[in-house]
Design a protein. Structure first.
Lengths: 416, 291
């Protein structure tokens, strides 16, 4: 600290000599050193591509305003090719060789679960902008001292299910008098707790679950799946898809499956989804933490527009969270006055940051989802958007809604 | 109702598989090359057709045509940049050339796959259907484009049969597959025969890729599975046998569809692979294999 202040005050020779005396090349950060944040993400996937881009945007903004106590933020990106093994290697390299102070990583739960023990072993703060599995925060709760370095910067699957159900109650049950649903989820770590959440909350809001389909993320032909769903005659398909998205959506349209899709569809959160599906996405309803034209907080729209200006498209959901994460990491480092991992953890736990997705606070040590985002009114509730004429339109909650539900002509929205 | 649905879906899938495997087996039959970049060329065609339509805003037909042209270019690139240098090399012993070609095309395929992922992400792309809408066939709602796909596949396979059996060029190609040395003695430049075959291959793989892009959609992840499915169909039918591949494609297509509908879509490819293992035990040369 003394050293830091000395250097910040005036970069005098004495201070420099002092620094030499204390030893260059040690891990102790000097004031002029940048704060390094590693971003290990799926640069090639439409749901993950926004993560490094948004992080860089946030860092540029912070640096333009002078950085954190004079220290610039440097983003070091690693493409993990959607692979857990690649991510672990990147994580080790980031911490051991590139000496990063914190890590932002991935929209894939399997990746984050593979990295969580490494965050513990290497005592490095790690935040995920897009993975959802409940297991991430459960591990922190179970063995706090070991796993406290992991923070969940996106909603847990349990919260996602709640968010979808809250929206379904208003839009489908009250709005369209729907009574039955089929759950259609890809088989992955994050959908296990999601499906349990769906099965619990859908009947409570008045949607009877008439069938539950889990399919392999390798599926290319969805005809048999849609066929089976139609056989159950539901009013709506409740989705839990992230690794797949384009193919089921296009086939839903080509085969004119007459049932609306509503739920989590990660790929649909990125603006490029419209092009990828040749606008077969029209009518698809998806849960988002934010989105184009969606003023969740005063920060949402300026970020979305700046992102679009810089990268050509509106970000996916994990872009919003990744952007916020750089900001609240910087805020925590400022409050902690240090990049020491344990001090950062303590500061992050006290986070109360208004980001682009709402008010960010973390559940505490004694809560079930330790270090998960607090869900609820006044904090983060998520929103529901619908693809309409090639655009993403917010339709829920009412306060931020920009339009009415609108479906392509082959979809029959009537209660039986 | 379900039976009819399986019949229709299975037919479309089988026809597409047949078209995809046809070029693969033709190349092997004529020049002994097992082209493991097959899946990459199919995906490249579909992605090119997608990019033409959604980035350059061409109409669907032009987009599809661009996809096929790109596949033909990729096919020639495979031959001239990868296969021919290995075949002509003096430093690689003749008996090892097949392995070198196998490895070379595999790596070539991975390069194409990574480039597609780099420039167009690894998310699936779909080609806009040529014909939109659905028809009701005795209660089964069938996309018109699915019927179109099946028809195009059948017509192209028919044309290929005519080309090979009824035209002079085709007969030379056929002869080259039986006895390359004999064809050379008759005064035909073997190299020209290979160029014709790689051109035909490019058209077939490109068409199959574009149609698959319309029917199901493809991503850079599809490269491996597509090569594998063409490979297993061709091995099942008998390496180098065009009619064998045709039968094998129908068997695999229907077996997969039956599994997906009656058992579980997740187990789709398993029975076909088991069948392949069984056939390899009982009849290693494949259903209609000659060697």
């Amino acid at each position: 600290m003394v050293l830091k202040t000395a250097l910040r005050g005036s970069a005098s020779l004495i201070a420099l000599a002092g620094a030499v005396a204390l030893g260059f090349g040690t891990n102790s950060a000097r004031a002029a050193d940048p704060i390094k944040i590693a971003v290990i993400a799926e640069a090639q996937a439409i749901a993950g591509a926004s993560i490094p881009q948004a992080a860089q945007l946030a860092a540029d903004e912070i640096n333009a305003k002078g950085g954190v106590d004079g220290r610039k933020i440097e983003i070091v990106t690693y493409d993990n090719h959607s692979s857990s093994a690649d991510s672990v290697r990147a994580f080790q390299r980031a911490v051991n060789e590139d000496k990063v102070n914190a890590v932002i990583t991935s929209y894939i739960s399997e990746v984050v679960l593979a990295l969580e023990p490494w965050a513990a072993r290497l005592k490095t703060v790690m935040v995920t902008p897009g993975a959802a599995s409940n297991e991430i925060t459960k591990a922190v709760h179970k063995d706090y001292e070991k796993n406290k370095y992991t923070f969940h910067g996106y909603l847990t699957s349990a919260s996602l299910a709640l968010s979808v159900c809250d929206a379904a109650k208003d839009l489908l049950v009250d709005g369209k008098h729907m009574k039955t649903a089929v759950i259609m989820s890809e088989d992955a770590a994050w959908t296990k707790p999601l499906d349990i959440g769906y099965q619990e909350c859908l009947p409570k809001i008045g949607l009877k679950v008439v069938d539950h389909i889990r399919f392999s993320p390798d599926t290319t032909d969805f005809t048999p799946i849609f066929n089976k769903i139609e056989g159950a005659k539901p009013d709506v398909i409740i989705t839990g898809i992230s690794h797949v998205g384009v193919q089921p959506t296009v086939q839903w349209k080509n085969q004119q499956v007459p049932i609306p899709m509503f739920g989590i569809s990660s790929q649909a959160t990125n603006e490029t989804f419209g092009k990828d599906t040749n606008n077969a996405s029209d009518g698809v309803l998806y849960q988002g933490v934010s989105g184009p034209g969606l003023a969740i907080t005063p920060k949402s729209l300026p970020f979305a527009d700046a992102f679009k200006k810089k990268f050509g498209n509106y970000p996916s959901y994990s872009g919003y969270t990744s952007y916020d994460e750089v900001y609240y990491l910087a805020d925590a480092i400022k409050r902690a006055g240090s990049t020491d991992s344990d001090k950062m953890v303590a500061a992050l736990e006290k986070t109360d940051w208004e980001g682009t997705i709402g008010r960010v606070q973390f559940y505490g040590k004694d809560d079930e989802f330790t270090h998960g985002l607090r869900y609820g009114r006044g904090l983060i509730t998520g929103a529901m958007l619908q693809w309409q004429d090639g655009k993403q339109v917010p339709v829920w909650p009412k306060e931020v809604s920009k339009g009415q539900l609108k479906f392509p002509s082959f979809v029959k929205v009537t209660s039986k | 109702m379900l039976a009819l649905q399986i019949l229709i879906d299975g037919f479309a899938i089988s026809a597409l598989y047949a078209l995809g495997a046809m070029g693969f087996t033709l190349i092997f039959g004529v020049s002994g090359v097992l082209n493991l970049s097959h899946g990459a060329i199919m995906v490249l065609a579909a992605v090119a057709a997608w990019a033409a339509a959604s980035v350059l805003h061409t109409d669907t037909y032009t987009g599809a045509l661009i996809g096929i042209v790109v596949a033909v270019i990729a096919s020639f690139a495979t031959y001239f940049a990868v296969v021919q240098p290995i075949q002509k090399s003096r430093r690689i012993p003749n008996e090892e050339k097949e392995i070198f070609v196998l490895t070379g095309t595999l790596l070539w395929g991975i390069m194409i796959q990574e480039l597609i992922a780099y420039f167009f992400t690894n998310n699936a792309k779909t080609v806009l259907p040529i014909i939109e809408g659905v028809v009701n066939i005795a209660g089964v709602r069938t996309p018109q484009n699915e019927i179109f796909t099946a028809v195009v596949c059948c017509v192209v396979i028919g044309l290929l049969w005519l080309l090979v059996n009824r035209t002079r060029t085709g007969k030379v190609v056929l002869a080259a597959s039986m006895n390359p040395r004999g064809v050379t003695l008759l005064g035909h430049e073997l190299n020209n025969v290979y160029i014709v075959v790689w051109a035909i291959y490019g058209v077939l793989a490109g068409l199959a890729g574009v149609l698959l892009g319309m029917f199901l959609g493809v991503s850079s992840y599809s490269v491996g599975p597509l090569t594998a499915s063409a490979f297993s169909i061709v091995v099942l039918g008998g390496l180098g046998s065009v009619s064998g591949s045709l039968i094998a494609a129908i068997v695999v297509g229907y077996l997969e569809t039956l599994t997906a509908y009656l058992l579980n879509p997740a187990y789709r490819t398993i029975p076909a692979l088991l069948l392949l293992v069984v056939v390899m035990y009982i009849r290693p040369q494949g259903l209609l294999g000659r060697r």
